[in-house]
Write a protein that binds this ligand. Structure first.
Ligand SMILES: Nc1ncnc2c1ncn2[C@@H]1O[C@H](COP(=O)(O)OP(=O)(O)O)[C@@H](O)[C@H]1O
Ligand SMILES: [Mg+2]
Length: 265
C-alpha cells in the first residue's frame, strides 16, 4: 500500500466572531496517500474549506487551530514557523480555489503573473520563466498560449482563468494539489473539460489530489476514497463504491438519495 503523504489528526478549528467562539471544525481526522484522489464531500458550511486552509496555515485571522496535528510526510505542519511553512506551501502543496478571478492579479498580464510564480519557485531567469509560462499554459491545454500570455484576467472566461490558475499551481510541481470546489462556478460542459484536464495532469505529473466538493456526481467521476463532512465532523469515509452505493450514516444516505433523485449518481 502506498504510504500516506498527508495525515490530519483530530483537528479542531474555532472562529472568534463578535467576541463569541464558534467551532467550525470539530475533530477531523483524514489521510491522503501518495497519488491518491481523495474527495472531501459535504454540504455548504460543513467545514471543508476551513479544514483545507488549515493544511498550509492560510486561515482567516479570526480563526484559531485549537487542537490537532497535520502531518506532511511525517512533519507536523502546525509546529513549523512561517518560513518553513511557506517553503512547503507553493512548493509541495498547492491550491486551486472556486473563484480564480479573486486570486489572480487584475493589473498583471497572465504571462507576468505566471513568470513571477515560476521565478519565485524555480529561480529561473526572466526569459526562461517566460518560456516555462508558455509551456505551462500548453500543459493545461490552452491552445494559443502566446496570445493568452499577453492577456489580463478580465479578458478571459471563468474556465480559462481556472486553467491559468491551475498552471500557476503546477508551476511549483506540487506533491499534493488541493482543489476547493474548482468547478463550482463553471458551467457544466466547462466543468467536465476541467475535470478531464485535472485528472489527465494528475496521471501525467503524479500528485495526490484532495478535491473538495458538495457535488457527489463529481466524487463518482474522480474519487478513490471519499470523506463525508457534516457540521464540522467527518461522519463517514470509505472507497467511493462503499460511500455511494452502501452509505451507512444517515447524512450520507440523505446526500446520496438527493443526487440519485436528480439522476446525477
Ligand atoms: N471568516 C470566518 N469567520 C467566522 N466563521 C467562519 C469564517 N469562515 C468560515 N466560518 C464558519 O466555519 C464553518 C465552516 O465553513 P467552511 O469551511 O467555509 O464550509 P464549507 O467549505 O464546507 O462550505 C461555517 O459555519 C462558517 O460559517
Ligand atoms: Mg468551502
Amino acid at each position: 500500500m502506498t504510504p500516506e503523504i498527508l495525515e490530519i489528526i483530530d483537528l479542531k478549528v474555532d472562529f472568534c466572531l463578535q467576541g463569541k467562539i464558534n467551532q467550525a471544525v470539530g475533530g477531523v481526522s483524514l489521510f491522503i496517500r501518495d497519488h491518491e484522489t481523495v474527495v472531501l464531500a459535504g454540504e455548504s458550511g460543513s467545514g471543508k474549506t476551513v479544514t483545507a486552509l488549515s493544511i498550509t496555515g492560510i486561515l482567516p485571522p479570526n480563526a484559531l487551530i485549537a487542537q490537532g496535528k497535520i502531518l506532511y510526510r511525517g512533519r507536523d505542519l502546525l509546529t513549523l514557523g512561517e518560513d518553513a511553512l511557506s517553503r512547503i506551501r507553493g512548493n509541495q502543496i498547492a491550491y486551486i480555489f472556486q473563484e480564480p478571478g479573486a486570486y489572480l492579479n487584475p493589473v498583471l498580464s497572465i504571462g507576468d503573473q505566471l513568470s513571477e510564480t515560476i521565478i519565485l519557485h524555480q529561480g529561473l531567469t526572466k526569459e526562461a520563466a517566460r518560456e516555462e509560462a508558455a509551456e505551462l499554459l500548453a500543459l493545461v491545454k490552452i491552445r494559443d498560449p502566446k496570445d493568452i500570455i499577453r492577456s489580463y484576467p478580465h479578458q478571459l472566461s471563468g474556465g480559462m482563468n481556472q486553467r491559468v490558475f491551475l498552471a500557476m499551481a503546477l508551476a511549483c510541481k506540487p506533491r499534493i494539489l488541493i482543489a476547493d470546489e474548482p468547478t463550482t462556478s463553471l458551467d457544466v460542459t466547462v466543468e467536465a473539460k476541467m475535470l478531464e484536464l485535472l485528472m489527465g495532469l494528475k496521471k501525467e505529473i503524479g500528485f495526490a489530489l484532495l478535491f473538495i466538493t458538495h457535488n457527489l456526481s463529481i466524487a463518482k467521476k474522480i474519487a478513490d476514497r471519499i470523506y463525508v463532512m457534516y457540521r464540522g465532523k467527518i461522519v463517514e469515509e470509505g472507497d467511493q463504491d462503499k460511500i455511494l452505493t452502501r452509505p451507512e450514516h444517515a447524512h450520507t444516505k440523505e446526500l446520496v438519495a438527493a443526487f440519485e433523485k436528480i439522476g446525477k449518481l
